[in-house]
Every structure is written in structure tokens, then in C-alpha cells.
Design a protein around this ligand. Structure first.
Ligand code: ATP
Ligand code: ZN
Length: 216
């Protein structure tokens, strides 16, 4: 059997919106990974790959620390966390956008309408960059979940959160007013990948690119 050092270690989301598509992509790359409930890691039977199941928020840190060599994670998380990792390939799933939304009855005109507002978000870094680049001064309130209810309970005037269909915004009486990032799942890699691991990654990337082509 192989030494751990000879296997590429990949971090994927343990459960949630990216999990199934991440497992499916590996499968379509011809890699068989068993997915036991509550397992922390698993080994592929037919490729030198070890899979770690983690919270998506933790994946950039694990890859920066080279605990995992590579990871599948949303661009929204990669750019919010600002870890030292390389984005290698877009994966074509987990598509969403990070948007600012205000109350539906609000007379939102342009981005300057956000001046002096309180914005609730789980993405303080990306929101701050957006506000700064538009010369807007607003208060950012970092909250970790259920951001969309903040305006309704008087905690904020606006929110910045992930949107796909917009139905969650609609149900909470909000309307999308600015898109600050288009996002999808990407493959990230450690900046300190050993040459043998890079060769394995090249092999995996070749397969991923073939799967993507076949899907189009
Ligand atoms: P975890 O328990 O791993 O921290 P989570 O609750 O933070 O999970 P999910 O809701 O499963 O995360 O979303 C994971 C990723 O899926 C997001 O970071 C984003 O990249 C992507 N995504 C795609 N569409 C949406 C959407 N409509 N809302 C939220 N995330 C989406
Ligand atoms: Zn998360």
C-alpha cells in the first residue's frame, strides 16, 4: 500500500450545497470514494487520493497549512478568507452571487444609496472592499447565519448574502440591489505542493477538464 506522502489529499465539504457535486465530480473523473456517514476521511480505491470532509469555511485554511494539498470550495469563501492558496480551476457547480439587498419598499437608486446604512453580512471582508471601492461609508454588522432576517427585526437596513434564485430574498421582503461577486466552486491548491503531488494534481486536472468538456 502507498505511504501517505504519495497520496494527494483533497478537502471537500462534509455536507451542504457543495458536497454532492464534489463527490459526483470525483466519480465522473473515474475516482471511487466511499462516503460513509460521519466519516472524517476516506481513501479512493483506484487513485492515490485521500479525501477529507470538512466545513467549507475551514477548507482555505487547511490548504494554506498544507494539511490538505487541494480543495473544492466556493470562490466566495476563498476571497473572503484571504488565505495564501492558488485558485487553479473553475469547477462549474455551486454557482451563486454575493449580493446586497434592501427592503423591497426602499427607494434604492444607485450604490450611493448605501451611504450611512447598516449592512448585515457573513462576508465583512468582501463587503468592505466593495464599499471602499465605491467610496461608500456604511456600517458592517457581521452575523454568522440567517442574515436575511436582519432588516425585518431592525438589526440592519441592508444585507449582503449569497443568492441563487432570489426566493429567500423575496420571502423576506427584500430586493437585490447590487451584485458584488459572481461565484462558483473552484479547485484551490497549496503554495507548497511537492513535485510528486503536482504530477498527481496534473493527472486529476486533466480528468476534470475532460469531464467539463463532456458536459458542455
Ligand atoms: P458548512 O456547514 O460546510 O459551513 P454552509 O452552511 O456554510 O456549510 P452551504 O449553504 O452548504 O454552506 O453553502 C456552501 C457553498 O455553496 C457556499 O459557500 C456557496 O459557494 C455555494 N452556494 C451555491 N448556491 C448557494 C446559495 N443559493 N446559497 C448559499 N450558498 C450557495
Ligand atoms: Zn460554511
Amino acid at each position: 500500500s502507498l505511504e501517505t506522502g504519495d497520496r494527494l489529499k483533497i478537502a471537500i465539504q462534509k455536507s451542504g450545497r457543495l458536497h454532492d457535486d464534489s463527490m459526483r465530480l470525483l466519480k465522473e473523473c473515474g475516482i471511487d470514494v466511499s462516503n460513509g456517514v460521519n466519516k472524517l476521511k476516506s481513501e479512493a480505491s483506484n487513485f492515490p487520493l485521500e479525501v477529507y470532509f470538512l466545513r467549507d469555511d475551514d477548507i482555505p485554511q487547511y490548504v494554506e497549512d498544507a494539511v490538505a494539498d487541494i480543495g473544492f470550495v466556493g470562490e466566495n469563501v476563498v476571497y473572503e478568507k484571504e488565505k495564501a492558496v492558488d485558485v487553479v480551476e473553475k469547477l462549474g457547480f455551486g454557482k451563486c452571487r454575493l449580493s446586497i439587498a434592501v427592503r423591497r419598499e426602499e427607494a434604492y437608486d444607485k450604490v450611493a444609496s448605501l451611504n450611512g446604512k447598516r449592512i448585515a453580512t457573513s462576508y465583512p471582508v468582501l463587503v468592505k472592499k466593495f464599499l471602499d471601492s465605491n467610496n461608500i461609508t456604511a456600517e458592517i454588522h457581521e452575523i454568522s447565519g440567517s442574515v436575511e432576517i436582519a432588516p425585518g427585526i431592525g438589526l440592519a437596513d441592508a444585507i449582503c448574502d449569497l443568492v441563487s434564485s432570489g426566493s429567500t430574498l423575496f420571502m423576506n421582503g427584500l430586493k437585490e440591489s447590487e451584485t458584488i461577486l459572481q461565484s462558483q466552486a473552484v479547485l484551490i491548491k497549496s503554495k507548497t505542493l511537492a513535485p510528486a503531488k503536482q504530477l498527481l494534481l496534473n493527472k486529476l486536472l486533466f480528468r476534470i477538464q475532460s469531464v467539463k468538456k463532456a458536459r458542455n
